[in-house]
Design a protein around this ligand. Structure first.
Ligand code: NAP
Length: 249
């Protein structure tokens, strides 16, 4: 097969993990707004996500799937491709948070955090890429990581380890795909969501004080970066785009 050296086309059909609420739901809405089709899953389908699928049956496919259930994830990717057409992009967004010192985190909990936040996203990436490459298509992969991958935050050791590993994986995958996929990460700082609800107002005030832009991150700061990585003709590849108001500089 001769190498295609033209720019990778904009995404036309995107899988979003954890698309039921928070940042994931905002991404599903934005991708749909760009005229692309979107397949989203989470362990439970929220009324907001179900309403989108009901309103746009030709463009949106949703299902309740646990990302750690490898068979169910592969079946979801297959069903999404059959319903919406060839998949050419993935946003690895689903993740589980942590709020415990390493010394107080049980071995089972460590294994489960690594499974949800690292192993499962890699297996989902594998499933999407295998279908995409088998169909002779090229595409885009975006990993939602975290500033925790680059800077230390107490209580997040295992979560940070998984996010850092995803960033390392993205760099190597970008090289491995060699022009068949652009693979990048978006690393947000703290933003309000169910995941970060464990943070008290004192901790949020401290983070805000330490943020040079003077305000916490919002999903509306993150969505345009993911949109760029999915749809624009950029030559960004193997990169981590940090959006945290400068708190980690
Ligand atoms: N919030 C922050 O401060 C922050 C900062 C930096 C990075 N991030 C990253 O941003 C991304 C989105 O986070 P968020 O704050 O929007 O979190 P969130 O509100 O807790 O949403 C997480 C999403 O992932 C899904 N999910 C969790 N475990 C899953 C599983 N086992 N299988 C399938 N789906 C699962 C959840 O749905 P179900 O529970 O129904 O499964 C939900 O749709 C994550 O990658 C997170 O690590 C967040």
């Amino acid at each position: 097969m001769s190498e295609d050296l033209t720019p990778i086309p904009p995404a036309s059909c995107v899988v979003v993990s954890g698309g039921s609420r928070g940042l994931g739901l905002a991404l599903v809405q934005d991708i749909l707004g760009r005229g692309a089709r979107v397949a989203a899953f989470a362990r439970s389908v929220t009324p907001e996500l179900a309403a989108l699928a009901a309103e746009h049956p030709e463009e949106v496919y949703v299902e309740a799937v646990d990302i750690t259930d490898v068979r169910a994830v592969e079946a979801f990717v297959r069903a999404a491709g059959n319903r919406l057409g060839p998949i050419d992009a993935l946003v690895n967004n689903a993740a589980a948070g942590q709020d415990s010192l390493l010394v107080h985190t049980a071995p089972d909990r460590i294994a489960s955090l690594i499974e949800t936040n690292l192993t499962a996203p890699l297996l989902l990436t594998r499933a999407v890429l295998r279908r995409m490459l088998a169909g002779g298509r090229r595409g885009r992969i975006v990993m939602i990581t975290s500033v925790c991958a680059q800077r230390g935050y107490s209580g997040l050791v295992v979560y940070a380890a998984a996010k850092g590993a995803l960033e390392a994986a993205a760099r190597t995958l970008a090289r491995e795909m060699h022009g068949r996929a652009l693979v990048n990460c978006v690393a947000p700082g703290f933003f309000a969501s169910e995941m970060s609800s464990a943070l008290g107002s004192e901790q949020l005030d401290t983070i805000t004080r330490r943020t040079p832009s003077g305000r916490l991150v919002e999903p509306t700061d993150i969505v345009p970066l993911v949109r760029t990585l999915l749809f624009e003709d950029t030559n960004l590849n193997g990169q981590v785009l940090t959006v945290d108001g400068g708190s980690s500089i």
